[in-house]
Write a protein that binds this ligand. Structure first.
Ligand SMILES: [Zn+2]
Length: 347
């Protein structure tokens, strides 16, 4: 072997050593990390978002973002990431170690749903939609605010009995007027631990110029609760404002998924209670975009049409409202069972 050849081999060895060393203390492929954590991986290449999930533990990364998100509510700083020429997403090995430790420590301590907020719409000086029906030859008036309050109270009663360890909150428990801020304040003011979640269910009744319209439907979020930002720039002090939209994108996708699941379960359970008398109008798909900025899984249920005389008569009956209340209760229980025991969608 000539000197040059020896030197060449040595050079190649040196090159490999350098490459190997930099890989060691440099970056870790997100796919390898998911395997090491025993987590499922989901990638949205269009948005540049990567998610590792195992049970209820979720870690989410975004390309170009120097933070990553733990369980949708905690920002971890100090992330270095890159996308390789062949399209692999890699993170720095120190962060990878943190993520591994997080999966090891947190997989079994998911706190579940701590708060269930029921929000009967309208109230006090705001009656909501008004309908009329005839009972025993007498014309009667039906007010949306009464329908939604009775139903919410029934659902709350059942939930409290079933879940003494959870907080069941009503935005109003009697006939009172609430400003919009007051309505959302209760949901936004509760203190949640890192591993706890909450859901928000708003109740309304429909009105239509078409007096034949009838049935119940679920919206994934009331437009009045639309928010522009999930992440409050003030609470993540020093965060580059360019990063806020990325974080919001990561969060909104999560809440949308949960809201859709909650909505589906509510429709199924309402159908089981009153499907033989009423009509299941299904999820409101056109509202998909509306749900984008919720702080938590949130849905709005339209219980029926007060403008349909037949349905207005039903909605005035205590036994029918009890059925609706039971249907909502069953849907929430089903969602909680799913959420707390089997984890999210992919389990
Ligand atoms: Zn309403």
């Amino acid at each position: 072997m000539g000197l040059m050849k020896k030197f060449g081999l040595f050079f190649i060895f040196l090159l490999f050593s350098v490459l190997f060393a930099s890989a060691e203390e440099g970056f870790v492929d997100i796919l390898d990390l998911s395997k090491e954590c025993g987590a499922d991986i989901r990638a949205d290449y269009w948005k540049g978002i990567y998610e590792l999930k195992k049970g209820r533990t979720i870690v989410r990364f975004a390309e170009g973002c120097p933070w990553y998100l733990l369980n949708m509510n905690e920002l971890i700083t100090g992330l270095d990431s890159r996308v390789t020429d062949d399209g692999r997403f890699e993170i720095d090995s120190a962060s990878a170690e943190e993520v591994k430790a997080f999966f090891a420590a947190n997989s079994s301590v998911f706190g579940g749903i701590r708060y269930i907020v029921l929000d009967p719409g309208h109230g006090g000086k705001d009656p909501g939609a008004i309908g009329y029906f005839t009972e025993g030859g007498v014309k009667k008036t039906l007010r949306e605010k009464d329908v939604v309050l009775s139903t919410a109270l029934e659902t709350a009663k059942l939930l409290k009995a079933r879940y003494p360890d959870k907080e069941v909150l009503l935005t109003r428990g009697d006939d009172r007027y609430l400003k919009l801020e007051e309505r959302t304040e209760i949901a936004n003011s509760v203190e949640l631990a890192d591993n706890e979640s909450m859901i928000f269910v708003s109740l309304h009744a429909n009105a239509s110029f078409n007096t034949a319209a009838k049935g119940f439907e679920v919206w994934y979020l009331p437009p009045e609760y639309r928010r522009n930002n999930l992440v409050d720039p003030d609470t993540v002090g020093g965060v580059d404002s360019d990063v806020i939209p990325i974080l919001n994108t990561m969060l909104e996708e999560e809440y949308t998924i949960e809201s859709v699941i909650l909505g589906e379960k509510l429709l199924t359970s309402l159908d089981a209670q009153v499907g033989d008398i009423s009509v299941n109008r299904g999820p409101k798909e056109e509202s998909w975009f509306v749900v984008r900025n919720a702080h938590m899984p949130s849905v709005l249920i339209e219980l029926g049409f007060v403008t349909n005389r037949e349905e207005a008569s039903l909605l005035s009956s205590t036994s029918y409202l009890k059925k609706l209340g039971k249907g909502i209760y069953n849907g929430i229980v089903d969602f909680i069972n799913d959420f707390e025991q089997t984890g999210r969608t992919s389990d």
